[in-house]
Structures are given as structure tokens and as C-alpha cells.
Design a protein around this ligand. Structure first.
Ligand code: B12
Ligand code: SF4
Length: 540
């Protein structure tokens, strides 16, 4: 069977570098590769099917081209894969456009958002035949076998005689080693390593890819839906399987890998074996991962550094214990300090802290404590996102109970908590405090960690236009009216207020307006891209 798989992207989260072609002719993208569809492509191809992938980050394959290809090649199934609430509007529009031109082709949705809202998605998008919940590997194989009567395909939501059917869940697959490595060869795209942070910086132009060595997380922070998606379980590939993939990637010329695992640091023995395997096999790829600060694997940070772990990212969230407890993070300020210090002492080059501001019950003093705490930690980089609430999380349930959210009407909307929760500070106050906090933090870092600050700036200047680096540094000092640089607008300026607001608002636009709004924003993005390309050409 011929299957099309499309990774539906939210344009805020990738960019085309100015020199857009790699030596091998592939288009170069700053961002993460679509590992979800790449994993599925490898699985269906091994089973003897044909598979064509499309990634919406590729300017050569906009919706119109995908639809033309569907008309021409008549695939048996088109799978649309998307991650989050903010990409759902784009997926809806594409699904409807496909259905408008082909009434027969089978359409499937998959990914975290679709999984957690399957029945509602099926009702709102009747043009989509199947909503696939959770892991897709075995599910897709089963579906391809039983597409005409999918009543026995576990974890599938579909409709029979106008009734939405939720087939029972399949148990989370424990044997992840059975699946082939993702199909990274079939997309004409090369990804370069952009900084996986909320700044539009590139830290290396090495050929970059992602890997998933484990799935899930057994904690239950109130704002996170990972434990729900994975039924509170953590599952992993064997260290040998991970090292084999590293060997393969090294042979393919990759220089940098980021693990999309939710908590890589969970099992010490596994980490130790992976690090040993990397060294024993002469692998030189630099890699990065995320984990919790209460990890019992911290004695292995030196071994990780020796095995080329270059980036370690922690979900630190807040510098106020009261707020850490409120969001049920189950970690202490002491644990944060210890983990960050241990990682730096071990020689890990970039230690990053993810923080959230705009939490329930957070006061101005709590926010100030967060920035002052972050300033004193030996972190190399940091990001301060506004807290948002997603359907399915414990915080969502709390908001429904408190009457702040109407589950039936709001399920597909993306809210900053401060927009709906009166126990949060107002948005303006949060933004003002964040700007002031960043100013204090920058000054503190320059005075107390000059070498670290210098190294970071040197990295920025190496890969970004000088004016953008300067802008990035002075932005917090410019006050409220500072806009984005052009490079920021077209890049992963995730935390640029206006972009984030636009992404959030798009989830609240009525279905009739969606198409128009998305088309307008696509045009604007293209215009900016052309303008920037034009400027770069004339500068040469
Ligand atoms: C890497 C990552 C990113 C990266 C890269 C995204 C990319 N384009 O590849 C970056 C940093 C850009 C990012 C940004 C954001 N992310 Co993010 N991200 C992740 C992360 C950590 C891993 C995703 C991943 O690669 N998984 C590995 C692959 C193999 O899994 P998968 O894609 O889910 O696919 C599997 C199944 O879902 C299924 N499947 C998927 N598609 C299909 C299709 C079919 C037909 C079938 C049958 C099956 C199927 O099969 C696959 C194999 O089993 C997840 C957490 C997580 N564990 O999922 C959060 C996560 C998806 N992100 C999240 C969020 C909120 C965001 C942002 C909105 C953050 C923000 N506020 O700015 C943005 C929006 C991004 C967007 N809309 O595109 C949330 C989503 C919550 C929600 N309900 O909306 C998650 C769940 C994290 C969390 N709990 O907060 N993200
Ligand atoms: S530790 Fe991280 S992945 Fe686990 S529930 Fe909390 S935020 Fe989610």
C-alpha cells in the first residue's frame, strides 16, 4: 500500500537559514526533524508498504503540492501528524482541503494533542476517518491491515453509522528495540542545530538530528500532559540499541543529536552503558538531553561529559519553593542548585534551565525570587516561558472545577494561565517583571560569571548576524515597545511575545475564519523571508 505521512508544523517553530541549501542539495532547516513520521515511515516500509513523507518546514511542499501529489498518486492513507494544541488549526485546514479534493482517501490524525482529545477531534473534524491514540508503530500496521473494518484496532477512534467509536487502549509497548531506526533518509531536508531554547540562536551549523531513547515520565507536574499520554509509565530502549543508532548516525555524517526523551536521567545503569558504548565505539557526536534535578544519576555527569554530552537541560520552573510545591514539581531549591552545580563541575558545556512564570498563586516577590535564583545558578542559558494550560493536565481539571474553563467549549484552546486564572498576576505585570528580571540577571551574569557570559556571546556571534545578537542582549532594556528583528520573526522566536500570542489566538479563531488567517500569516512570513533573503544578497 502507498501511504503519505505529513508533519504538520506551526511556522513559529522552525526557520530557513540564509544559506538554504546544503552541499548535498538538501534544503537546510533550523529546527527539529519530524521524528514522529520518520519513525512511522521506517516501520511501514519494513512491513513492505510504500511511504512518502512531507514536512511542512519544506518550502517546496506547501499544502497545495501535497494535495496535488495525493490527486496524482492516490495513496491508500494520508496520516497527518502534529504535536500540540497550537498546530491543530493547521492540521484541521489541511485535512479539510484534502477532503474537499478527494472524497475517498482515508485520513488519519496522530500525535499528543490528537491522542488526548481523540473523540472531540473526531466530532469536530468528521472529514478525518481515524484518530490514532498514543504510540503509532503497531497501531498503523494494524490499521493498514483492517482499514475497512477497524473495529478491532486498539487505540483507534473512528465513526460507525455516525457514532464516534473509541476502541479500547492498547497497553504501552515495552519492547521499543523491535522498531527500526527512524527513516531520516527520505526527506530532502538537512536540519542544523539551532539552540533548543527560546531564543532564535544557532549554536552550531553541524548536521543535526533527534533521537528518542525513552518515552514518558512517572511524575505528575500539574501543567504537563506527558504522564497522561504515556499512562504514567517510563519505557526505554536498551543501551545497545541506542549505541547502534549512534554508530549509524556517525557513519551518516551527523555531528549533533538531541534526545527528545521526557526524562533521560531516570536509570543510572542504562546511562552508564550508553556512555561506555559511545566511548568504546569512537563516537564523537555531541548530544543533549533533558532530565529532572532529583535524578539519582548525577554521579554519571562526568561520564556523560566524557561521552560528548554537550547540553543538559533541566525543568527548573521556579526560584520559589511555594510555587514549585503549587505546581507539584516535587523538587526543592537545594536539589536544583546541586544538580546544576554538579553538571557544570562535570564539564557539561551548556547547562540550561527552563523556567515558567505566570503560575497560579505567584506574587511579584515570587517572580523576583525566580530571576534572582536563576542569576546565581551557574547556568549557561535559560528560558522564562509563560505558563499555559492544556486539556488533560491536572491543572486543566482544576480550572474546570473552579469554573474557569468550560471543557466542552474550550478543549482545543490554548490559554496562558494569567488570561483565565485570577490567582495569577495580570499579563502586563508578568511581562514587566520578566523584562526587569532579565535585566538584573544579565548584569549579574556579566559581573559574576564573565567567562561563561563571554563564551555564550562568542557562540552567538559565530552564527548570528551581529545586529541580532546585540538586539537580543539589549531587548530587556528597551522597554515595552521593542519589536522583533526580522531574523527573529522568521526564526524560532518561540518566546517573542507577539508570536506566542498569535499562536495562542489562532487556537481560538472560529473555524470559518481559520483558513483566511492562516493564509494571511503564510503570505506575511513569505514576504519577510524574501525581504531578508534580498537584504542578504545585496549585502554580499
Ligand atoms: C521535541 C518537542 C518539541 C520541539 C520540536 C517539535 C517538532 N516539530 O518536531 C519544539 C521545541 C519545536 C517544540 C515546540 C512546542 N511544543 Co513540544 N514537544 C516536543 C517533545 C519533547 C517531543 C516530541 C517528539 O519528537 N516525540 C517523539 C515522537 C517519536 O513521538 P510523536 O511525535 O508523539 O509520534 C508518535 C505518536 O504520537 C504517534 N503519531 C504521531 N503522529 C501520528 C500520525 C499517525 C497517522 C499515527 C498512526 C500515529 C502518529 O506515533 C509516533 C511514534 O510512536 C514533546 C513531548 C513528547 N514526549 O511528545 C513536546 C510536546 C509535544 N510539546 C508541547 C508543546 C506545548 C509545545 C509548544 C506549544 C511549546 C510552546 N509553548 O512554545 C511548541 C509548539 C510546537 C508545534 N506546534 O509544532 C506539548 C504538547 C501539549 C499539548 N497538549 O498541546 C508536549 C507534549 C510537551 C508537554 N507536555 O508540554 N516541541
Ligand atoms: S518531570 Fe517533566 S516530563 Fe515529568 S511530569 Fe514533570 S514536566 Fe512533565
Amino acid at each position: 500500500m502507498l501511504i503519505f505521512l505529513v508533519h504538520v508544523r506551526d511556522p513559529q517553530f522552525y526557520a530557513l537559514p540564509a544559506k538554504a541549501r546544503a552541499k548535498n542539495g538538501n534544503i537546510r532547516i533550523m529546527g527539529f526533524p519530524p521524528i514522529g513520521i520518520m519513525s512511522l515511515s521506517a516501520v511501514v516500509k519494513r512491513a513492505g508498504h510504500e511511504c512518502v513523507m512531507f514536512d511542512q518546514a519544506n518550502p517546496d511542499t506547501p499544502n497545495e503540492v501535497i494535495i496535488e501529489e495525493i490527486k496524482k498518486k492516490k495513496p491508500a492513507l494520508v496520516g497527518l501528524s502534529f504535536l500540540s494544541t497550537t498546530s491543530y488549526p493547521y492540521a484541521k485546514i489541511l485535512a479539510r482541503a484534502i477532503r474537499a479534493t478527494d472524497s475517498k482517501v482515508k485520513l488519519a490524525f496522530g500525535g499528543v494533542f490528537a491522542s488526548l482529545n481523540a473523540a472531540l477531534v473526531k466530532q469536530q473534524c468528521p472529514e478525518v476517518d481515524f484518530v490514532c491514540r498514543g504510540d503509532g508503530e503497531q497501531l498503523l500496521l494494524d490499521l493498514l491491515e483492517r482499514m475497512e473494518d477497524p473495529s478491532t484496532v486498539a487505540s483507534l477512534t473512528w465513526a460507525k453509522d455516525g457514532q464516534v467509536m473509541n476502541n479500547p487502549n492498547r497497553p504501552p509497548e515495552r519492547n521499543l528495540d523491535q522498531w527500526p531506526f527512524p527513516d531520516r533518509e527520505s526527506l530532502k531536508l538537512d536540519f542544523v542545530e539551532s539552540m533548543p531554547l527560546d531564543v532564535p540562536a544557532v549554536l552550531s551549523m553541524e548536521r543535526f538530528t533527534t533521537m528518542q531513547t525513552s518515552r514518558g515520565c512517572p511524575w505528575s507536574c500539574v501543567f504537563c500532559d506527558i504522564p497522561i499520554f504515556n499512562e504514567g509509565k517510563w519505557r526505554s530502549r536498551s543501551p545497545q540499541h541506542v549505541v547502534e543508532e549512534f554508530k549509524y548516525l556517525q557513519a551518516q555524517g551527523y555531528g549533533s543529536v538531541y534526545f527528545v526523551d521526557d526524562h533521560f536521567l531516570l536509570q543510572p545503569r542504562r546511562i552508564e552503558t550508553i556512555c561506555k558504548g559511545i566511548n568504546d565505539n569512537g563516537i564523537t557526536i555531541q548530544w543533549g538531553c533533558e532530565g529532572r534535578v532529583d535524578s539519582v544519576a548525577q554521579h554519571l555527569f562526568p561520564a556523560m561529559a566524557k561521552a560528548h554530552c554537550r547540553t543538559l537541560m533541566f525543568g527548573l520552573e521556579s526560584g520559589s519553593q511555594k510555587i514549585l510545591d503549587r505546581v507539584k514539581k516535587e523538587q526543592t531549591l537545594e536539589e536544583i542548585t546541586t544538580a546544576v552545580t554538579n553538571a557544570k563541575k562535570a564539564g557539561i558545556e551548556i547547562v540550561h534551565g527552563f523556567f515558567v512564570v505566570g503560575n497560579p498563586d505567584e506574587t511579584v516577590e515570587d517572580m523576583r525570587a525566580t530571576f534572582d535564583f536563576a542569576a546565581k545558578l551557574p547556568l549557561d542559558t535559560f528560558g522564562f516561558n509563560r505558563l499555559c494550560v492544556y486539556r488533560g493536565t491536572p491543572l486543566w481539571h482544576e480550572y474546570v472545577q473552579r469554573g474557569l474553563i468550560n471543557d466542552a467549549e474550550d478543549w482545543y484552546k490554548y490559554f496562558k494561565c494569567s488570561a483565565i486564572d485570577p490567582t495569577c498576576l495580570p499579563g502586563e505585570v508578568i511581562n514587566d517583571e520578566r523584562r526587569a528580571g532579565l535585566r538584573r540577571l544579565f548584569i549579574y551574569k556579566l559581573l559574576h560569571y564573565p567567562v561563561q557570559a563571554f563564551r555564550l556571546l562568542r557562540r552567538f556571534f559565530r552564527y548570528m548576524p551581529a545586529r541580532d545578537v546585540i538586539y537580543l542582549i539589549i531587548k530587556p532594556f528597551l522597554g515595552k515597545r521593542s519589536g522583533a528583528t526580522k531574523a527573529e520573526v522568521i526564526s524560532r522566536a518561540v518566546e517573542h511575545g507577539a508570536n506566542k500570542d498569535a499562536a495562542a489566538l489562532l487556537t481560538q479563531v472560529s473555524d470559518d475564519r481559520l483558513e483566511y488567517v492562516i493564509e494571511e500569516s503564510r503570505r506575511e512570513r513569505l514576504r519577510i523571508q524574501r525581504e531578508v533573503d534580498g537584504e542578504l544578497v545585496s549585502a554580499k
